[in-house]
Design a protein around this ligand. Structure first.
Ligand SMILES: [Zn+2]
Ligand SMILES: [Zn+2]
Length: 133
């Protein structure tokens, strides 16, 4: 095998290989947060005040993206409506933002998330994610 040099873009793409969708969302979130820290480091060394301000703004954007992706990849352990505790990997229903409801509340809501209007899907398919470290 020849030593092919990977571009930075290819290296990042390679990190996502073989991950489930929710793991990809979690990883992207971590990269965004790390990106925010890089922006902040650049801002610290920037002498031009306007440029520094722009870099700090960009850091906040990265952190906001990272937090959103973190939210979207963090399963919750209780129903939002009746607060019944749920097994994170097998019970209840959730939307893409991880708004989570027990079977009974999800049925009452006709599988539509009251917060975002998205479809509530069963979490049973998430079961195989538990093994990831
Ligand atoms: Zn409930
Ligand atoms: Zn929702």
């Amino acid at each position: 095998m020849g030593a092919t040099v990977m571009t930075p873009e290819e290296r990042i793409t390679a990190l996502f290989d073989g991950l489930s969708r929710i793991e990809q969302i979690a990883l992207l979130g971590r990269l965004e947060i790390a990106g925010g820290q890089l922006y902040r480091a650049l801002a610290t060394e920037e002498k031009n005040a306007k440029a520094r301000e722009a870099l700090l703004k960009a850091a906040e954007d990265e952190e906001r993206n990272g937090n959103l992706l973190g939210l979207m990849s963090t399963a919750k352990g209780a129903c939002e409506k009746c607060h019944t505790s749920l097994s994170v990997c097998t019970d209840g229903y959730s939307c893409s933002f991880q708004c989570t409801f027990c079977d009974r509340c999800a049925a009452e809501l006709q599988l539509t998330c009251p917060n975002c209007g998205g479809v509530l899907e069963t979490r049973r398919r998430l079961q195989d994610l538990k093994s990831s470290t």
